[in-house]
Write a protein that binds this ligand. Structure first.
Ligand SMILES: [Zn+2]
Length: 282
C-alpha cells in the first residue's frame, strides 16, 4: 500500500515500502536495547582502550592495552594501599611491553630511559627475546598474562640497572597481582591457592626490603609516593611481618608530620591501635 500515491506531481518520490510508524518502532527498539545494556554487568574490556606506543629502545611502534582513566569505580583499598576497583583490576595494565625487542617497564617508567640503559637492554634482553604476536584487538589480560608482563618488566629493570625503588615497586605490584589471582582462584582450591599465596609472600618480602633500602638512599617522591604515604605503606608491610618496632617508627612519623593529610593520619591512627592490640596479645 502506497499511502502517498498522487504526490508525484509535487516532485516527491516516497518509498512505497515504508510504514507510517517506522520511526517510533525504531526508537522503542533502541530504548529496549539500552535498558538491557544497563542491566548487564560491564565487562573488563569496557574499561580498556588501545594506545599506540613508540618504543624508545627499538623505535618501532606497537599497540598496547591500557585503562580508560577515571571510568572504573574505586573500592576501599587494602590495608597496604593495594588499589581495588569494581569489575577490573587496574594493576593488570601497569606494565608496557614492546613486542618487538622485549623492552618492558612499569608504565610510569617506560619512556624514562637513559641511552646507556637502552644499550643494556639491547645487549641483555633483545638478543634472546622471541618477538610477540602484535595485539590487534582490545582484550582483557588474565592474571597469569599480567604477572608475566610484570616479571618481564622486573627482568628489564635488573638489566638496565634501575633504581632500588623501581625494582622494589615492581615486586610490590607483582605481589599484589598474585593476591588478586589468589582471590580469583578462591581458598577452596587449596593447592593452587596456597602456591599462589606463597609466591605473593616471596615478592612481598623483596618489595619490603627494597623499599626500606630506597627510603634511606633516594629522594621523595619515590615511585610517585610522598614521604607520608611511603611511611604508611612501610608500616603496613612491617606489621605484616610483625616487625612492630619498624611499624611504630613509621607511624609516629606520619602522625607527627606537618604535611600529612587528615586521611593518611586517620589510617595511621587506626593501624597504631591495631598494633597496640597485637603487642598486648604477644
Ligand atoms: Zn622495542
Amino acid at each position: 500500500m502506497n499511502f502517498f500515491e498522487g504526490l508525484e506531481k509535487f516532485g516527491i518520490k516516497p518509498k512505497t515500502d515504508i510504514g507510517l510508524y517506522e520511526e517510533e518502532k525504531k526508537q522503542e527498539q533502541q530504548r529496549q536495547q539500552e535498558e538491557a545494556a544497563k542491566l548487564e554487568e560491564p565487562k573488563e574490556e569496557d574499561f580498556l582502550l588501545q594506545r599506540n606506543i613508540k618504543c624508545p629502545v627499538c623505535d618501532k611502534t606497537f599497540k598496547d592495552i591500557a585503562m580508560k582513566s577515571g571510568k572504573a569505580k574505586r573500592l576501599e583499598p587494602d590495608e597496604d594501599l593495594r588499589p581495588r576497583q569494581m569489575y577490573i583490576d587496574s594493576l593488570k595494565y601497569g606494565a608496557t611491553v614492546c613486542p618487538h625487542c622485549g623492552y618492558a617497564a612499569l608504565n610510569r617508567y617506560f619512556t624514562h630511559i637513559a641511552s646507556v640503559q637502552m644499550k643494556m637492554i639491547r645487549e641483555e634482553v633483545t638478543p634472546n627475546f622471541k618477538p610477540l604476536e602484535p595485539e590487534t584487538e582490545l582484550r582483557a589480560y588474565t592474571y597469569d598474562e599480567a604477572i608475566e608482563r610484570h616479571k618481564l618488566s622486573l627482568f628489564n629493570a635488573m638489566a638496565k640497572k634501575a633504581r632500588t625503588s623501581e625494582k622494589a615497586y615492581n615486586c610490590l605490584i607483582i605481589s599484589w597481582l598474585l593476591r588478586g589471582k589468589a582471590e580469583e582462584i578462591g581458598e577452596e582450591q587449596v593447592d593452587e591457592y596456597s602456591q599462589c599465596k606463597e609466591e605473593e609472600e616471596a615478592f612481598y618480602w623483596e618489595a619490603y626490603e627494597g623499599l626500606l633500602k630506597a627510603v634511606s638512599s633516594e629522594n621523595f617522591p619515590i615511585c610517585g609516593m610522598d614521604a607520608n604515604t611511603m611511611d604508611y605503606l612501610l608500616a603496613a608491610m612491617a606489621s605484616h611481618y610483625k616487625q612492630y618496632d619498624v611499624a611504630s617508627k613509621c607511624l609516629s612519623r606520619v602522625l607527627s608530620s606537618s604535611t600529612a593529610g587528615r586521611k593518611v593520619k586517620d589510617m595511621a591512627l587506626d593501624m597504631k591501635e591495631q598494633i597496640i592490640g597485637e603487642i598486648k596479645k604477644m
